[in-house]
Write a protein that binds this ligand. Sequence first.
Ligand code: G1P
Length: 292
Amino acid sequence: MKAVIPAAGLGTRFLPATKSQPKEMLPLVDKPSIQFVVEECVDSGIDDIIIITGRGKRVIEDHFDHSVELEAVLDKKGKEDLKEMVADIASMVDIHFIRQKEALGLGHAILRAEKHVGDEPFAVLLGDDIVFSKKPCTKQLFELYYKHKASIIAVEKVPEHMISSYGIIDGTEVGPGLHRITHLVEKPKPEDSPSNLGIIGRYLLTPGIFEELKKTKKGRGGEIQLTDGLMRLSKKEEMYGWEFEGVRHDLGNKFEYLKASLEYGLLHEEVGPRLREYFSNFNADEVEAKYR
Ligand code: G1P
């Protein structure tokens, strides 16, 4: 099974941190966000990943490659655990890199993977979205794919003021949390939105999406939108939205990024207990007074 991870965006929302490093390398505590996404693929049974990169993204390739010098130094220092952890990152799965040479949108990025994916269903995971769940979100989608033999998109109910930040689906609920999609729209105004079911960055798509993306014209923001391609596909094939089980963070949003860092930090073996203690006595006014 294959997965496509688009990682070509400029990360302008995180400038200046992303001026010379990809946003996908911003960590939660000590792990780059893209590693969470790759691990979700591995935990979902995917053995072949295509990362769509762009200019300035070479360090992502380095991250998933062996660092011979680093491994040798850790070995010499007797830091076996660290050496193993670093080596495992390079060997956990086959990763291929394809460059998107023009920033023409998410739909255009996915289309770059067509030759590699071929004629089989595949997963798409957007690096800005991290999902913590008992069963990996992509695995949930695969299971539904096998049951319905149709494209499945992970969705969640979003508050009204956030509707214009998401692709939104409309449909009929055919089972608990499962919606047969009749319509999709990219980032509508809340008053024009057909529902509050927002698309999060997890998709299980049939290869039919490639033909539709080729025919998709530039949409919102002058870009080729995946949502518009999906709208076309939904007219030809059955398609479902799934209210996935788990907690999702949008790391493309500064507040959500901080929240995810704290929540993951609280669960982190090394820093979790101290962070919990720190917050149990936390007084925002006192902290602010120290800095003023
Ligand atoms: C993209 C998609 C949008 C989806 C969102 C999820 O938008 O175009 O349909 O709801 O990801 O994070 P972006 O956040 O890249 O603007």
